[in-house]
Design a binder for this molecule. Structure first.
Ligand SMILES: [Zn+2]
Length: 49
């Protein structure tokens, strides 16, 4: 029950789980790959944590 391969992380604002299918943009910053994904609760792009 700990398989979360399809989950990117959680929304920093509301704590909802963000799925990989919600990715909007991937980019590199400070040598790391970061993503923005849409939170369906906030209806905004967020950076999953
Ligand atoms: Zn949210």
């Amino acid at each position: 029950m700990s398989n979360s391969a399809s989950e990117l992380g959680t929304c920093p604002f509301c704590g909802s789980a963000i799925q990989t299918g919600a990715i909007l943009v991937e980019y590199e910053a400070e040598g790391e790959t970061r993503v923005f994904a849409e939170c369906f609760e906030c209806e905004e792009p967020v950076q999953p944590q």
